[in-house]
Design a protein around this ligand. Structure first.
Ligand code: F6R
Length: 244
């Protein structure tokens, strides 16, 4: 993996957005994997700015989001789909029929996961997967545990993850669904290139373990050590425990 450290979170956002814009310029039909969460908000703002300036053209690109809550409709204000509409899709020229999302209200959630995994394959696989990282080392909704599921699958959310997502559900962790759908670590690791973004002191410990620790299902992000093209974009705070 390569690690780049920037002074501020805004510098990270500018670097990642520029990296994505360059990838779109080099390959207009780019297949992008996208995260939600607080971390990518600044990157999406910068991508909107680059698009407005004519420097990021999504017209031929496809997108696949990492995850979605089970039982939550796309139109729900707390859904990840609503988040993406607000922060990116409504402000750039990505074609609606090339936006791919897990449907948390599909009648058969296992079949929905299989459908989504097949759609990624039909698109030729992910060219560029952007990731955030949970404070407990989760990636997408792949939570730490005894084992990981490789393909897109149903997940029971950790209490800490439900607390982290409470803001989307009126600030009440009890309102956050107990289950979600997520790309698996295998789905993610098949992406040609991975860009991981981490900012803030809260991520310093898990970044240290992700970069320096053993590869373990107890820290799903540690599997990124096995990827041939994983690029980490960190601010000084997130990288603070990497200094010797
Ligand atoms: C969401 C996702 C999650 C987040 C992680 C960090 O699509 O993939 O793994 O990246 O929970 O969230 P923030 O950025 O809010 O700290």
């Amino acid at each position: 993996m390569t690690i780049e450290v920037f002074d501020t979170a805004d510098d990270v956002a500018r670097a990642v957005a520029a990296r994505v814009a360059d990838a779109l310029a080099a390959r207009p039909s780019l297949v992008l994997g996208l995260p939600t969460g607080r971390t990518p908000i600044a990157t999406y703002a910068e991508l909107r700015r680059l698009h407005g300036a004519g420097r990021a053209d999504f017209s031929r690109a496809s997108t696949f989001n990492l995850d979605e809550f089970a039982g939550v409709a796309a139109s729900h204000p707390g859904s990840f789909r609503t988040f993406m509409n607000t922060h990116l899709f409504e402000s750039v020229n990505v074609a609606p029929d090339r936006i791919h999302f897990l449907n948390g209200t599909a009648p058969d959630l296992d079949a929905e996961c299989a459908r989504f995994e097949a759609e990624i394959g039909d698109a030729g696989g992910l060219d560029l997967q952007i990731l955030g990282i949970g404070g407990n080392g989760h990636i997408g909704f792949n939570e730490p545990g005894e084992e990981l599921v490789a393909a897109t699958h149903r997940v029971t959310l950790a209490d800490s993850t439900r607390r982290d997502n409470a803001a989307l559900f009126g600030g009440n962790p009890a309102q956050v669904p107990r289950e979600a759908l997520s790309m698996g670590m295998g789905t993610i690791l098949k992406a040609a290139t991975i860009l991981l973004i981490a900012t803030g002191e809260r991520k310093a410990h898990c970044i240290e373990r992700t970069v320096r620790g053993p590869v373990t299902t107890r820290l799903p992000a540690s599997f990124l050590q096995l990827h041939p093209r994983a690029e980490f974009y960190l601010d000084r705070a997130a990288a603070s425990r990497l200094r010797t």
